[in-house]
Write a protein that binds this ligand. Structure first.
Ligand SMILES: [Zn+2]
Ligand SMILES: [Zn+2]
Length: 427
């Protein structure tokens, strides 16, 4: 199989995204046709794709087979046109997601984000690109999701951004982590994955911290709470809203529209030992830390964590700053709840506050206000469409997000979940 070439994805040598792990794109191929990749004896996790020196977004090369592919060919792919002649079974999917070969680059170019921020955007873009491309009955495991997103625990380093004295945000794989380090010890908000924990701890040590005393989960989704599997057994105190603990104690299916993820029940030692319903306070590292729950939003167990002294708040996935948000509508999340939750947070902070989203770069109060405006506008339009009898397809066709798409990306998943959650409220 050594002579079979490896098709790649468009890229530009001098593009700021070039630092981003390219395996993600190879992974997209895995979704296009995993069987074909297997037939190549090709495991894209282990093969990094090298960037070509071409000056346009059209060509990339592959370190494995030194091949290049004009990505424009993706859009009209026929078996005969691919380097290997194999990757054609889901051609229509490939054609749709790659109909604009510059999509990924163009989408990112408009944003002035740091590298880690761009990586989050890239993930969001990838998710969007996958909308509807995977059959809804494909139930995915963590391995599948890692493959789909090209998550590489080994290759990804933790990057830290200081937001105040003793308060940092860590970017790695999964949700953003807020890290408070000081005289009382270490408190983190969200904990990504056990595989990232040695790197998270190393970064904490680098910043002068010791063991993780408390880990707060903004909610139960795996990309924010899977690190509990490492921290619980080690004796860190795990903290979450009571509904999130209940969700972690059982198996759940997260319907991401493009895929359905099967999150397994966590063992008891990974369940939050400390829970609350509406509010809890820490007095830690010389500041008051408020944990507030404002009802169902992204899930039924969301927490906003306010570092009052640092004037910063972590909203988990209720605020996504890397594209349209996901609403876990099949597990009780609602668009109206997201709006309510964000508005409640907005009322708690001033214009100088640092706002930490679940994904995407750290931002400010104005960005949260703009996000709420977007949610409200889209909500109003979808509601009107529904009142006029539109089904989901008609709602999608009406493009209720049109003017936001350039900034937020592909809206299909968001509209789907928003429509679903509004429909459930009628039931
Ligand atoms: Zn998340
Ligand atoms: Zn989430």
């Amino acid at each position: 199989m050594a002579n079979i070439k490896h098709p790649c994805i468009p890229f530009q040598e001098d593009h700021p995204m070039r630092q981003v792990n390219f395996r993600m794109r190879a992974r997209r191929l895995a979704l296009i046709d995993r069987a074909a990749l297997n037939a190549w004896n090709c495991n894209p996790v282990k093969r990094s794709v090298n960037l070509a020196p071409q000056s346009t977004c059209q060509l990339v090369s592959c370190r494995v087979n030194k091949c290049t592919l004009d990505a424009r060919d993706f859009g009209s792919w026929q078996g005969a046109k691919t380097p290997c002649g194999r990757l054609h079974t889901r051609r229509s999917n490939a054609a749709k997601s790659l109909k604009d070969p510059q999509m990924m680059c163009g989408y990112l170019r408009d944003r002035t984000l740091g590298e880690s921020g761009m990586r989050k955007v890239a993930l969001a873009g990838l998710l969007a690109a996958l909308a509807g491309k995977v059959q809804a009955h494909d139930l995915m495991s963590l391995d599948d999701v890692m493959a789909a997103f090209g998550w590489d625990f080994k290759a990804t380093e933790i990057e830290a951004q200081k937001v105040a004295d003793g308060l940092h945000v860590f970017f790695g794989i999964g949700g953003n982590i807020a890290v408070s380090i000081g005289g009382d010890g270490v408190l983190i908000v969200d904990d990504q994955f056990p595989q990232m924990m040695p790197k998270i701890k190393a970064k904490i040590a680098e910043l002068g911290g010791g063991n993780i005393d408390f880990a707060v989960n903004t909610h139960w989704h795996f990309d924010h709470a899977e690190g509990n599997l490492a921290l619980g057994p080690e004796g860190s105190w795990l903290v979450a809203q009571a509904n999130s603990r209940a969700m972690m104690a059982k198996a759940n299916v997260i319907n991401l529209v493009a895929m359905r993820y099967a999150q397994q029940a966590y063992p008891q030692e990974a369940w939050p030992a400390i829970t609350f319903n509406d509010a809890m306070q820490f007095h830690f590292n010389d500041e008051q830390v408020d944990l507030l729950h404002f009802g169902p939003a992204h899930t039924t167990g969301d927490t906003a964590v306010f570092f009052r002294g640092s004037n910063a708040v972590h909203l988990g996935d209720v605020f996504n700053n890397a594209g349209y948000p996901f609403i876990d509508a099949d597990n009780g999340g609602t668009l109206d709840g997201m709006i309510r939750f964000c508005a409640a947070v907005l009322a708690e902070i001033d214009e100088n506050a640092t706002v930490i989203p679940g994904h995407g770069p750290v931002t400010d109060r104005q960005a949260l206000a703009d996000y709420i405006d977007m949610l409200q506008t889209v909500r109003g339009r979808i509601r009107s469409l529904m009142d006029a009898g539109a089904d989901l397809e008609a709602a999608l066709a009406a493009k209720p997000t049109a003017e936001f798409d350039e900034a937020y990306g592909d809206p299909a998943n968001f509209i789907n979940r928003a429509f679903t959650s509004l429909g459930k409220q009628e039931e």
